[in-house]
Design a protein around this ligand. Structure first.
Ligand SMILES: [Zn+2]
Length: 141
């Protein structure tokens, strides 16, 4: 993504978004248009795409493989805060969608459990059927 396009994308991000419980910093909310599922949309490369994916790929300076999607750990559908975004495989995305206890509150509880019991992210990943890198990302905050 060229600098002009990235600047245009960043202009649509409000860095004073809501502070969701369990998150260390506030959300950066998308002010541009969204699709029928509430996902931020951004027009670039001559076509409309998902703004989060475009932003994430610009940050990591690489294209994500097909089947990998960008999700927000805070569950705010408009969040663009890079600290809240993570790349998830389809498997991870399905697993996350199925576990309501991985809400921001649930994540706070998970971190507490890890601190008090010494249970590892690896063990939690098995319990929650997430990949270990994603579980590490979840509990790191
Ligand atoms: Zn957020």
């Amino acid at each position: 993504m060229d600098k002009k396009t990235l600047d245009r994308l960043i202009e649509k991000i409000d860095i004073d978004g809501p502070l969701i419980e369990g998150m260390g910093e506030c959300c950066f909310e998308w002010k541009g248009c969204v699709d029928d599922k509430g996902r931020p949309r951004f027009f670039y490369n001559g076509t409309g795409g998902l703004a989060r994916r475009a932003f994430y790929e610009a940050i990591i300076e690489s294209a994500l493989p097909d089947g990998v999607q960008v999700m927000a750990i805070c569950r705010n559908p408009k969040c663009m805060n890079p600290a809240h975004l993570f790349a998830a495989t389809e498997h991870d995305a399905h697993a996350l969608a199925g576990y309501s206890n991985l809400s921001p509150n649930g994540i706070v509880n998970l971190r507490k459990v890890m601190g008090e019991t010494g249970i590892s992210a690896e063990e939690l990943a098995v319990t929650f059927r997430l990949s270990e890198p994603l579980m590490l990302r979840v509990v790191a905050g």
